[in-house]
Write a protein of this length. Structure first.
Length: 279
């Protein structure tokens, strides 16, 4: 791994959110912008370089989260922010699921419903006919919810998730992802592993490239997680740029196996501007 070399000049950028552009608190109730992020996004806008932010956080629809980010100073438009729900809805509609049981906050079901997915909750009468189960951010998950999800999956429903990544960066340090914990319980009972729709899935990378209007090879994936961002970049042929402002240190990056090794390691996203990586 080189700390300084990219194989080619990126034509567009995908940024992770937590640990890369911002740090939230563990309850996702407040945000702090990472130094350099504001100047970088403003420069990308001024130069007409396509970019977007994709978080593995699924608690809120992008149209609700983006204004909150702007309130703390991160200049990102609604149409430049995406969540795993954005990808999941496309997958669900393409596969023509008749009804999806959602284990998540109200915001998760709201985001899917807005895009035309028929959703139900564990315990709803309609849940008995769900042909897919979708696990997302769900801090209020109960054993009844897990029981209902397991029952549908054992009866043949597809098992999808927003994220199966165990940790994300916050102001208080590394926090675990609820969806990963819930996935583990369901998988242990059913013997079925979830299909992620967020990072590092092929669906997420293709979604990003399509939104940017670029070939995958011309996209730089910028993030703080070896699995979510770097594994996706390596597996799909994009460029991986790692930051140390989140959950992974420079020493940890140096220890990654080839399939999770970034092409470039920087301290924070501001270096993309100050060191001339925008071209």
């Amino acid at each position: 791994m080189s700390d300084t070399a990219l194989p080619r000049q990126p034509k567009g950028f995908m940024f992770d959110l937590d640990g890369t552009l911002i740090l939230s608190n563990r309850k996702l109730g407040s945000y702090q912008v990472i130094p350099g992020a504001v100047d970088l996004l403003q420069a990308l806008e001024e130069r007409g370089i396509p970019y977007l932010a994709m978080t593995n956080g699924s608690a809120y629809p992008a149209r609700k989260q983006a204004p909150r980010l702007r309130e703390v100073g991160l200049p990102i438009r609604d149409e430049r922010l995406f969540t795993p729900n954005s990808v999941a809805a496309g997958v669900m509609l393409e596969r023509a699921y008749s009804r999806v049981m959602v284990l998540g906050t109200d915001g998760v079901a709201e985001a899917l419903t807005e895009q035309g997915v028929h959703c139900c909750l564990p315990g709803d009468e309609a849940a008995a006919d769900a042909d897919a189960v979708y696990v997302a951010w769900h801090p209020d998950c109960t054993m009844d919810h897990i029981h209902a999800a397991c029952g549908r999956i054992l009866d043949g429903a597809h098992f999808l998730t927003a994220s199966d990544v165990p940790f994300f960066a916050t102001k208080e340090g590394r926090s675990f992802g609820y969806s990963c914990a819930i996935n583990g319980a369901i998988a242990r009972v059913t013997g079925t592993e979830p299909e992620p729709t967020g990072k590092p899935s092929t669906d997420a990378m293709r979604f990003v490239a399509k939104q940017l209007g670029l070939d995958v090879a011309d996209v730089a994936v910028v993030g703080d997680d070896a699995v979510a961002e770097m594994q996706m970049a390596r597996a799909e042929g994009a460029m991986g740029i790692a930051v140390t402002s989140g959950s992974t240190s420079r020493e940890d990056w140096a220890a990654q196996p080839p399939e999770r090794s970034p092409h470039l390691v920087i301290e924070h996203v501001g270096e993309l501007l100050s060191e001339g990586y925008l071209g």
